[in-house]
Every structure is written in structure tokens, then in C-alpha cells.
Unconditional design. Structure first.
Length: 280
């Protein structure tokens, strides 16, 4: 779904909104809408309220505009070259390299945000985006909300191929296409298959990472339960230790008192013996 157009005087605020932490999007958007309403700007208020919170993947890709905008421009230039260049195979390879470079930047953004995403998954998302003009435009503007489902793979098969002429031609593009036709190898099909393979690999990797995450979460719950049990046992042991320490202290005092009483009794006995001896 395409986002509503942004007025020029709101562009900076909206860019900041999509660049801010994803968890703050709703509160920041509502605050901006409230500001527009307070300034009696009903059109801008409605526009801001219509802005949708991006998915985690889309938010990560939006961050590339701020992280490395040049990588997006190189991707756009590679796509233009693939649509108009003479060497289609080389141009599409350049598109793939540019996609991987953009994905690497996105991986840095995701890692810094504390939600790492595999570069292969990001590359698959970029492939999906470049097949839809509106999605790619929002991507370049840093306002992407959702990643299209598989649309980008069509880019590799939708590029026009100029058929070879009956006669000879000095045009490098016609010569290249003629050679490809002669060899019965269409680089668009080959590279589309490669992109689909990358997408399957990314999905498989994502499933593995999800399984690992679930296993780690289960291990964490088990370890937490054991820790809580050990902590409870330690608290009980400390309580028992304090009780035993009190018992020992009480016994020590009783022993000291008994020893003092014994000394008193021994002195009394000695005094009695002394008096008995005097009377004898």
C-alpha cells in the first residue's frame, strides 16, 4: 500500500519519524499529528495520522537512507543500466551486486538496533522491492512500510530484449542479444533463477534461525527455573546457617555461664573445706 504524499514542510519531520526507534513510531506520529492540529493544519494532521508503522524489515531497510544513501543510488543506477544498457548480462550482475551491497548496509542497521537480520533475508527483501515502482520509491525516500511478496524477481524477467535484426548491425546491444539468442541462453531467466535460489536460501536460513531462537528460549527458561530453584535453596541454606549460628552462639553463652557457675561452686567448696579445717 502506497503511503500518502508528504508536504514539503513536513518532509523533515516525517523522515525523522521513520528514522526514530521503531518502538517509538506510534507515540512520535501521534505527537506530530497533535502538533499539526494545534497549528490548525487539518490537512497535514490527517496526512500524519494516516502514516503507518513499518514492519521490522521495512524499518531496517528505511535506515539505509541514513546509513549509506549512496548504496541506494548505485542500486538505482544499476537498475537503469539493466533497462537501457547494451550488455544485459553484465547489467543484471551489477544489479545483484548492488542488492547485496544494500543488504550488507541493512544488516549493519539491524545489528545496531539490537535486532540482527541475515544479509540474505535482506537481499531477498530488496529483490522484492525493486520490482514495484511505488515500493522502490518509498524505499529510496526512507518511508517503506511493507515488503512486497516476491515482486522484485519479476524485474529480472520483465526487462525488454531487443530481437536481432535480419541483417548485420554494428550496435553492441543488438550484437549481444543476438549472441544470447544464438546460444539459447537468456540471462534474465538465469539470473531470476539465481535470485529465487537466494530467496529460498534466505527463507531456509530464517527458519533455522527461528528454530535456534526457540531452542535458545527454551534453554533460557530451563536455566532460569534452575537458577530460581538454586537461589531459593541458597536462601534456605542461608536461613539455616543463621539459625545454626544463633544456636551456636546461645550454646556458647550457656557454656560460658556453666563454666562461671562451676568456678563459683569450686570456690565455695574450697571455702567450705577451709572453714572445716579451721574448726577441726
Amino acid at each position: 500500500m502506497t503511503q500518502p504524499p508528504i508536504e514539503t514542510d513536513l518532509a523533515t519531520a516525517v523522515i525523522a519519524l521513520y528514522h526514530a526507534p521503531l518502538e517509538e513510531f506510534i507515540s512520535r506520529r501521534d505527537a506530530l499529528a497533535k502538533q499539526m492540529r494545534a497549528e490548525k493544519r487539518p490537512n497535514e494532521t490527517a496526512l500524519v495520522k494516516a502514516l503507518r508503522k513499518p514492519s521490522r524489515m521495512a524499518w531496517t531497510l528505511d535506515g539505509i537512507v541514513h546509513e549509506d544513501p549512496a548504496s541506494l543510488e548505485r542500486l538505482a543506477a544499476a537498475i537503469d543500466q539493466a533497462q537501457t544498457g547494451a550488455d544485459l548480462r553484465a547489467a543484471l550482475e551489477t544489479v545483484k551486486e548492488s542488492v547485496r551491497a544494500v543488504a550488507a548496509v541493512g544488516a549493519r542497521v539491524a545489528t545496531r538496533a539490537g535486532h540482527p537480520i541475515e544479509p540474505n533475508a535482506l537481499a531477498a527483501a530488496v529483490h522484492a522491492i525493486i520490482g514495484e515502482a511505488s515500493a522502490f520509491a518509498e524505499f529510496r525516500a526512507g518511508r517503506l512500510v511493507d515488503v512486497p511478496h516476491g515482486g522484485g524477481l519479476d524485474l529480472l524477467t520483465a526487462l525488454p530484449v531487443v530481437p536481432p535484426s535480419a541483417g548485420t548491425s554494428s550496435s553492441p546491444r543488438v550484437a549481444t542479444v543476438a549472441a544470447i539468442e544464438t546460444e539459447k541462453v537468456d540471462p534474465r531467466v538465469e539470473l531470476a533463477a539465481s535470485a529465487r535460489a537466494e530467496l529460498r536460501d534466505a527463507e531456509k536460513l530464517l527458519a533455522e534461525r527461528r528454530k535456534q531462537s526457540e531452542h535458545a528460549a527454551m534453554s533460557l527458561r530451563t536455566a532460569t527455573a534452575k537458577f530460581d530453584s538454586a537461589e531459593h535453596a541458597l536462601a534456605q541454606a542461608r536461613l539455616e546457617l543463621e539459625t545454626r549460628r544463633d544456636d551456636v552462639e546461645r550454646t556458647r553463652r550457656d557454656a560460658e555461664s556453666a563454666a562461671a557457675n562451676l568456678e563459683d561452686a569450686e570456690r565455695a567448696l574450697a571455702d567450705a573445706r577451709a572453714r572445716a579445717e579451721e574448726l577441726a
